[in-house]
Design a protein around this ligand. Structure first.
Ligand SMILES: *Cc1c(COP(=O)(O)O)cnc(C)c1O
Length: 443
């Protein structure tokens, strides 16, 4: 054997051995860290481990690795990337990652990732399952969108275009088409950008009497912003009745308005033609998923204006097979939970924090339940400035830049928090951080 070839072989054998050793070392390290991660995970999140969701039995057949090497091999991918994770006492904030999917949703999403599937067929099947679970009236179905914001764009585009391929391609150029959506002045909000993205003009009204003047042949629909129900003069039930009177499609954005879970069917039953909810908020579905619920024909048109279809206004709001399936699963879990037990748990977490922080002289707490949007137990934490020298802003910043980083809301009165996005045990971490913070700033 020529020397060079022998060398090459040797080298190959060496590389092989090195790889095997490397693999062994990694496996060893991984199982050690995996164990540690599990213990730590159990401690922090009450049994939810950081271990990969893949089930060993399935992993063998699918060729998926049971273990991760490289990025993610410590079980803390954020730390590996150098990004700080936060304890979220503020609720379902898209900026912070929305909510955390339950482990079962993780598993089902991993299953969904292993096969190709015709996306529109999956959407239709998922929509049917969603409508069944929510017991929507006959003629109604659902669509998994990229989020509530995405649901608004494809939902409104569908209202404008129907199933006309030429019109679908033209949006947001609405020449010759209906081009106005009526909204109450008090219901204007940042997400109306997603309606305007279809090319429509928003026509503002204030009083019921304004509606007669506002409706004209260009009027396409009426929009309701559910969390601003109290702010507008026309309430949620009256708005949809007016729309029916004028034979206009009516859309309700109720993105963040569960709990209560009954909202998931209330508005469709009230007569709203389309209703949207965020998937990645309280329902704890994938962060980039949402629900569009309503009339079958409008849902069909919404899908035609959305990804995976090309040359559509919604092609940029892709929904993956994993999100579609994960959304359905999350909804199933959400509907099977005991809302009363959950609410009690949320109150108990706040109570833990309250009992500890109010031991610091000058600190007091008060509870309230927001009427709509984040309709969950909420706690105000305030303090006597003669005893503690901190502004609400300073307190908020100190917690956020602390270790671990804790995000709470602030008001003129002090700090504000809810507990429904906390992982088990985090309430104790928050209580300790608050006590330390207040103690460190005597007036
Ligand atoms: C969060 C929110 C949205 C957007 O929902 P995504 O699911 O994040 O797209 C729209 N409207 C309201 C009122 C919201 O709170």
């Amino acid at each position: 054997m020529p020397a060079c070839r022998e060398k090459a072989l040797c080298f190959a054998t060496f590389r092989k051995t090195e790889k095997a050793m490397d693999f062994n070392i990694k496996t060893g390290r991984r199982s050690f860290l995996g164990g540690a991660g599990f213990a730590l995970g159990s401690l922090i999140s009450g049994g939810i481990s950081f271990a990969r969701p893949y089930r060993d039995k399935d992993s063998l057949g699918s060729g998926l690795p049971a273990k991760v090497t490289g990025l993610g091999d410590t079980g803390d991918v954020y730390k590996e990337l150098g990004v700080v994770t936060v304890i979220n006492g503020q609720g379902t904030m898209t900026m912070l990652g929305g909510s955390l999917i339950p482990p079962e949703v993780e598993l089902v999403m991993a299953d969904a990732a292993r096969h190709y599937v015709h996306i529109p067929a999956l959407e239709v099947a998922a929509g049917k399952r969603i409508a069944q679970m929510l017991k929507l009236p006959p003629g109604c179905t659902g669509l998994v969108t990229s989020g509530a914001a995405g649901a608004m764009t494809c939902g409104y585009a569908g209202i404008l275009t129907g199933d006309d391929p030429e019109l679908i391609q033209r949006v947001p150029d609405l020449t010759g088409m209906k081009s106005e959506v009526i909204i109450q002045k008090a219901h204007r909000y940042p997400f109306d950008h997603q309606i305007r993205a279809t090319g429509v003009k928003l026509v503002e009204i204030e009083w019921r009497e304004d509606l007669a003047k506002a409706v004209n042949p260009r009027t396409a629909a009426m929009h309701f912003t559910n969390y601003l129900n109290a702010e507008g003069r026309i309430k949620v039930d009256e708005w949809v009745k007016l729309a029916m009177q004028y034979r206009l499609p009516c859309f309700n954005d109720a993105a963040a308005d569960t709990p209560p879970i009954s909202h998931l069917w209330d508005y469709v039953n009230m007569g709203y033609d389309l209703v949207t909810f965020s998937g990645g908020k309280a329902i704890r579905g994938p962060q980039c998923a949402g629900l569009l619920l309503g009339r079958e024909n409008l849902i069909h048109y919404a899908l035609l204006n959305n990804s995976p279809y090309e040359d559509t206004v919604g092609r940029g709001q892709k929904v993956g097979k994993e999100e579609i399936v994960g959304m359905v699963k999350a909804l199933e879990i959400y509907l099977n939970q005991d809302p009363k037990a959950l609410t009690e748990e949320w109150w108990a977490r706040l109570d833990t924090i309250s009992r500890r922080v109010t031991k610091v002289p000058g600190v007091s707490t008060a509870y309230y339940l927001p009427h709509v949007a984040n309709h969950v137990p909420t706690m105000q934490i305030s303090w006597d400035p003669r005893k503690i020298s901190l502004t609400p802003n300073q307190a908020q910043r100190a917690l956020e830049t602390g270790n671990p980083s804790i995000v709470l809301g602030n008001t003129r009165m002090g700090l504000e928090m809810n507990s429904f996005m906390l992982q088990a045990g985090e309430e104790k971490i928050i209580a300790r951080a608050l006590v330390n913070l207040f103690r460190a700033h005597p007036a």
